[in-house]
Design a protein around this ligand. Structure first.
Ligand code: KG4
Ligand code: ZN
Length: 334
């Protein structure tokens, strides 16, 4: 019998529901983005996000089941993101998952959103352990060592801003709409690294990151130029910023893969969609012939429920279920 998981993700500003077969096949993956409602505020407004999730969640569940051509009595379990994320947003997904599981007598599986990002790689190829995951999103920048399925050890993390957060803050200074990672990535390919921003902590003997100094250097440069009435090249600013972020991410990730003898490097989270980063990592791993690089396709880098279903498959095998007291944990750690 096939294992079919209905997975629900609502941690931030995407309402998403997927049906996943055997943890590796996407039968459906509906993603309702709210980005347009938040753009005019320059970031995600939690109250607005929750209201959108309420409107969308039932529709997304119906659409995911219909597109997968799966009836409710064929389902094996319901999985839902427990955290980290916005509490109001998480609670909509959790309430829907609990109601669905209770009504149809299905096991309920809580999933860590960041684990979900890593398991998006499962749709590209099976995970091979031990592996190193570079998690780069709007809220997180971490190097995570996985000895086996479901085991997570953070070996390095940002001391301040996440990589995606730095992209979004710098984008705001350039007058770009939120989130600005994709547009900065596009501009960076037109420009070149003429401003040479600092590469924070690149030579330090650890696997931690820091992006707030880069953000400040960027903002100071732009403001000082404005005061002097000087024109700066947006493309070169984007390229210089991106070169600094990529240099640090690639250099530290590669060192972590040498320090810990891993077989696979998984890159995940919204910033893993960055073309410059993907290309730089592909070139860098050529130095380590025993290492396989796995980066999910673009549509699975951002928030989606398919990745939650893939992570839930591992939890289902271990009978890691929740009862009806399941609650959201906004700062859920590994
Ligand atoms: O994983 P994600 O969709 O949501 C969180 O869990 O945070 O990541 C969103 C982040 C945003 O900061 C966005 O600007 C960034 O990912 N992002 C990118 C790119 N596409 C999205 N950053 C750099 N380059 C991109 N192409
Ligand atoms: Zn995410």
């Amino acid at each position: 019998m096939r294992e079919l998981i209905l997975a629900i993700e609502s941690s931030c500003d995407e309402t998403s529901v997927a049906v996943i077969e055997d943890g590796a096949i996407i039968l459906s993956n509906i993603v309702a983005s709210q980005i347009k409602s938040h753009q005019r505020f320059g970031g995600v407004v939690p109250e607005v996000a929750s209201r959108h999730h309420v409107e969308q969640i039932t529709l997304c569940i119906e659409e995911a089941l219909a597109e997968a051509d799966v009836s409710i009595d064929e389902l094996s379990a319901v999985a839902v993101t427990q955290g980290p994320g916005l509490v109001g947003s998480l609670l909509i997904g959790i309430s829907a998952a609990k109601a669905f599981a209770w009504a149809h007598n299905l096991p309920l599986i809580p999933v860590n959103h960041m684990a979900g990002h890593i398991y998006a790689a499962r749709f590209v190829q099976p995970l091979i352990f031990p592996l190193m995951a570079l998690l780069v999103s709007g809220g997180h920048t971490e190097l995570v060592l996985m000895a086996e399925d479901g085991s997570y050890e953070i070996v390095g993390e940002t001391r301040d801003d996440a990589a995606g957060e730095a992209y979004d803050k710098v984008g705001r200074v350039l007058g770009l709409p939120y989130p600005s990672g994709k547009e900065i990535d596009r501009l960076a390919h037109i420009g070149s690294d003429t401003y040479h921003f600092p590469r924070a902590m690149i030579h330090e003997d650890n696997f931690d990151f820091s992006f707030s100094g880069l953000k400040s250097a960027f903002i100071n440069l732009v403001h000082n130029a404005e005061q002097r009435g000087e024109e700066l090249s947006t493309e070169n600013l984007a390229a210089s910023f991106q070169a600094s972020v990529i240099d640090v991410l690639v250099s530290k990730t590669l060192r972590a893969c040498q320090e810990y003898p891993v077989k696979q490097l998984v890159v995940a989270g919204g910033v893993a969609a960055n073309q410059g980063l993907r290309q730089a990592l592909e070139e860098a791993v050529e130095q380590l012939p025993d290492l396989t690089l796995v980066i999910p396709p673009l549509r699975l880098c951002g928030d989606n429920a398919a990745m939650i279903g893939a992570a839930a498959h591992v939890e289902l095998a271990k009978n890691h279920f929740a009862d009806m007291s399941l609650n959201a944990v906004p700062s859920l750690a590994f």
